[in-house]
Design a protein around this ligand. Structure first.
Ligand SMILES: Cc1cc2nc3c(=O)[nH]c(=O)nc-3n(C[C@H](O)[C@H](O)[C@H](O)COP(=O)(O)OP(=O)(O)OC[C@H]3O[C@@H](n4cnc5c(N)ncnc54)[C@H](O)[C@@H]3O)c2cc1C
Length: 491
């Protein structure tokens, strides 16, 4: 069969790109070695990501994406699809052996509200549902779906990709519009062993497709060095119920947020879904040294919170990651490109994965619209963005205490404000790179934060350094660690 675009990897990113490419008018095959529904990690969206999602929905007439971009419209249009409200970021500092209690002037807390109200807010994606929905949407848009299919051979012949695939089971969408393709009726199964494509996208996430099949090798090591353990729980009491702390001056409820419990041994995320499930993960440079139960035992308030919680995934133990950081040396060239999660990964801190993928999909979609087929620059932009995320995250792990951690995190919030304001501004002439990776001053800020992080006057230095972007009163001594709304007006 012959198609314009072969996408290998049918997670949320590959599937979304497949729908968009169909709207642009390309014939698309979407290949995945697995099948939906299946569990996936990476569940916390952000305003920067949801702004892109809504913009993609508008531009390519995919109303489903607009509905998924805010919690309220998601619940209204897709009540069956797993989701939870995310109104911002909350952080609580713990010390080993000590029960948590509120400090003076919120010294051991940080709450950053990203959305103005409970309906117009971001979301926690129950990925099993979302990824399956987007895969099916790609089929409904006319992409040829090939689940349970492994690519065994990739060759570039005469400017075209030749893919040899095995175990093919194709589900052809109704609008699959390329005369050169034999299109099975929707839902039919047909064997296919050879695919010819002008363009190839690697959307395999942490798969090793690119290093096995493309002219790609491992790139330089990252500054951040962490690993993670993660699982889903039911019957986990909310943090606020666990500590009974008053939230009178919290800008958002602490549990309707990407919740972080920050310790000297790394940090824990808690992301709540409306179904009663909570996604939980522990991340840090030394996480591999602790069994999760031993880690919890070091922090009495967390241990108490988890006392009656039931792990519902995985069925045995927590899922462990090994070292999280990876990055390739090239992420695009003539006729091929890697989406961000295939090009590399830094760390769950700052919830960058979904938004970065969406940013790169939008960039690639514009190139596809314009008929551009050399993706060298787009691939280089993705790698620059990964390096920028790395520069932003590493100082948070280097921070000697919670105060330094908070201050180091301000680089991320300043960069988010920059991107979100630009996206909302009518004068924006082009799409900004992810987290301002195209702005030298922001790249420098992240790198300098790594030099300054544990020095005297770090807070004062940071307050001055983020001034050009700081429309949210970040580090204002009058509102210690409580920030009511960082996203721009109108979002
Ligand atoms: C521990 C952890 C926590 C994270 N937390 C967050 C977070 O809070 N917020 C956030 O935004 N991001 C987070 N991320 C990042 C997020 O997981 C990724 O950005 C996101 O999953 C990428 O989606 P994707 O569709 O590109 O890849 P994936 O979801 O990995 O999908 C890849 C697909 O490709 C298929 N595949 C793989 N190899 C092959 C092959 N050789 N041939 C065919 N198919 C193949 C797989 O079956 C899969 O369906 C986290 C990541 C990790 C590791």
């Amino acid at each position: 069969m012959r198609v314009d675009l072969a996408i290998v990897g049918g997670g949320f990113a590959g599937s979304l790109l497949a729908s968009i490419a169909r709207r642009i008018g390309l014939s698309v095959v979407l290949i995945d070695r697995g099948a939906h529904p299946r569990m996936a990690i990476g569940e916390s969206s952000t305003p920067a990501g949801n702004m892109v999602l809504a913009a993609l929905g508008q531009r390519y007439a995919l109303p489903e994406l607009i509905h998924l971009a805010r919690y309220g419209t998601w619940k209204e249009h897709f009540p069956e699809m797993g989701v939870g409200p995310k109104r911002g970021f909350s952080y609580f500092a713990h010390q080993p052996g000590s029960p948590w209690s509120p400090g003076t002037k919120h010294a051991n807390e940080l709450l950053v509200a990203a959305s103005r109200d409970a309906l117009n807010c971001d979301t926690h994606w129950f990925r099993s549902d979302v990824d399956a929905f987007l895969f099916e949407l790609a089929g409904a848009q006319g992409a040829l779906l090939m689940p349970r299919t492994v690519v065994i051979q990739v060759e570039r012949v005469g400017g075209c990709w030749q893919l040899g695939v095995e175990g093919a089971e194709s589900l052809g969408g109704p609008g699959f519009g390329n005369a050169a393709v034999s299109t099975p009726p929707f839902g039919a199964r047909a064997a296919a062993t050879r695919i010819e494509a002008r363009l190839l996208v690697d959307a395999t996430g942490s798969g090793d497709f690119a290093t096995r099949h493309l002219d790609v090798t491992a790139g330089p090591p990252m500054r951040t060095r962490t690993s993670a353990a993660f699982a889903h729980f039911e019957d986990l009491p909310t943090w606020q119920a666990s500590v009974g702390s008053p939230d009178d001056d919290y800008p958002i409820p602490a549990d309707q947020a990407a919740q972080h419990h920050v310790t000297p041994d790394g940090w824990m995320w808690q992301l709540r879904f409306d179904s009663g499930r909570t996604s939980v993960g522990i991340v840090g440079p030394r996480i591999g040294e602790f069994a999760p139960a031993d880690w919890l035992r070091r922090y009495p308030t967390l241990e108490r919170q988890f006392a009656d919680a039931k792990r519902v995934w995985p069925s045995r133990g927590w899922s462990g990651s090994g070292p999280l950081q990876r990055r390739v040396d090239r992420a695009g060239g003539a006729g091929w490109i890697l989406l961000p999660a295939a090009a590399g990964f830094v760390d769950p801190l700052h919830s960058t994965g979904i938004a970065h993928s969406l940013t790169a999909i939008e960039r690639l979609a514009r190139l596809l619209e314009a008929g551009v087929e050399d993706f060298s620059d787009a691939g280089a932009a993705t790698l620059r963005e990964l390096d920028h995320i790395d520069a932003m995250v590493a100082p948070c792990y280097a921070a000697k205490d919670f105060e330094a951690f908070i201050v180091a995190s301000m680089v991320y919030f300043a960069a988010s404000i920059h991107v979100e304001r630009l996206r909302m501004s009518e004068v924006a002439s082009r799409m900004p790179d992810f987290l301002g990776a195209d702005v030298p001053a922001l790249r420098q800020l992240a790198i300098r934060a790594g030099d300054e992080v544990n020095g005297p006057g770090f807070r004062e230095w940071m307050a001055r350094a983020i001034e050009p972007w700081n429309t949210a009163g970040l580090l204002d001594p009058e509102v210690p660690n409580m920030y009511p709304h960082t996203a721009p007006p109108g979002w």
